[in-house]
Design a binder for this molecule. Structure first.
Ligand SMILES: *Cc1c(COP(=O)(O)O)cnc(C)c1O
Length: 375
């Protein structure tokens, strides 16, 4: 492909930090870059605690375990998301229950969610989908009503570094749920190659997360394992990259948003005059574009036209309700998630993407959409 879907933007500090960690032989899951990275991340997303882990999926698994979620529990998961939240629920032995998303924000539909709360509901994983926060105020209200017990919200912020939620409160994503998780996979806005983190304001929960992520063992009493843990640590080498990425956080978020603005400008005629539409942004949110997402009722020929020109455009994930593996997680129908999963697709997006690439992609889009399409 001439134009990849995604690309990594590293600052010189990343190279220096990695070299420094290597030169000092600090390459495992303990080291000063891990500490530095965790502190910087906590400050960046306005949290008391951040725990670095090996990836965003493990972050979800550890968060679920730390909240005591396991067999017999149900966890609400949006029907439209990358699979990780649903898989994490299954991997701790609990049952994901799929809930549809809204047309307004493509995130959890709080009214529909309410119909699927049961006495077994132990948590909700709200995904800040494609750079857009979920509707947390509504979520809290919807969840309090039926049983008057507070069900914890796990915020999966893997795709939304830097997005802002402002309905009654103004909060950056990663600071909103009882616990929030991040991914720093190579295609994410802030990246360490592979990597993840868990953030929270609760000291007890943070300690439990550390315990689980580090073999169920504390520094105070090595080899006296209090709980069954795992090794979910991030390496100091990875955190060396992460420290540099967090230092460039605002720039990296802004640079992707600039790419989105440019796509918006160039595609306005198609949005106004054809069936092509953009991923919506709700009035109560500021998007931090991750992958620029558009949709069209007849998407396949458009994607094929882009790919034929060497542009790595891709269809969004299938709705989880359409995967055989999650059949038992379905409750009723999922019209919105299904529609989006049939129509949406991604255009190449990364920080510092050249204007000429955006121009070329938009030209191909105009051609593909305005010409009569033969499949
Ligand atoms: C990428 C992603 C993850 C998982 O992150 P990894 O670091 O790849 O394990 C989790 N949730 C969502 C919504 C994601 O997009």
């Amino acid at each position: 492909m001439k134009i990849p879907l995604s690309n990594v933007h590293l600052t010189p500090a990343a190279y220096q930090n990695v070299y420094d960690a290597l030169a000092r032989n600090w390459i495992s899951g303990t080291g000063d870059y891990v500490t530095q990275f965790e502190r910087a991340l906590a400050v960046q997303v306005s949290r008391q605690h951040a725990i670095a882990v090996s990836n965003g999926t493990v972050a979800l698994e550890v968060a679920l375990k730390a909240l005591g979620i396991g067999p017999g529990d149900e966890v609400i998961v949006p029907a439209l998301t990358f699979v990780a939240p649903a898989a994490a629920v299954r991997s701790v032995g609990a049952k994901p229950i799929l809930v549809d998303v809204t047309e307004e924000s493509w995130t959890l539909d709080c009214e529909k969610l309410q119909q699927h709360l049961t006495l077994a509901t132990a948590a909700v994983i709200a995904v800040d989908l494609l750079g857009h926060p979920a509707d947390y105020e509504w979520l809290k209200i919807a969840m309090l009503l039926p049983y008057d017990v507070e069900i914890p919200i796990i915020e999966d912020a893997a795709e939304a570094h830097g997005a802002i939620y402002f309905r009654d409160i103004r909060r950056i994503v990663g600071s909103i749920g009882r616990v929030s998780t991040f991914s720093f996979h190579a295609n994410k806005t802030i990246t360490t190659g592979e990597g993840g983190a868990i953030t929270t304001d609760l000291p007890g929960l943070a300690a439990r997360i550390r315990l689980i992520a580090n073999h169920g063992m504390t520094h105070e009493r090595p080899y006296y394992h209090e709980v069954v843990g795992t090794n979910a640590r991030m390496t100091n080498l990875t955190a060396a990259i992460g420290t540099a990425q967090v230092a460039a956080w605002d720039d990296l978020v802004m640079m992707r948003n600039q790419v989105a603005r440019k796509y918006d400008e160039r595609l306005v005629d198609l949005f106004d005059n054809t069936e092509l539409y953009r991923r919506p942004v709700a009035s109560w949110a500021t998007e931090a574009c991750w992958l620029y997402t558009v949709a069209h009722p007849n998407r396949e020929p458009i994607i094929n036209a882009l790919r034929a020109k060497g542009i790595d455009s891709r269809a969004i994930w299938p709705a989880l309700c359409d995967l055989q593996l999650y059949r038992e997680s379905c409750r009723g129908d999922y019209p919105v998630a299904r529609k989006i999963s049939r129509e949406a697709f991604w255009l190449p997006t990364w920080a510092g993407m050249p204007d000429s690439d955006i121009d070329f992609i938009c030209e191909v889009l105009y051609e593909a959409i305005q010409q009569p399409i033969h499949e």
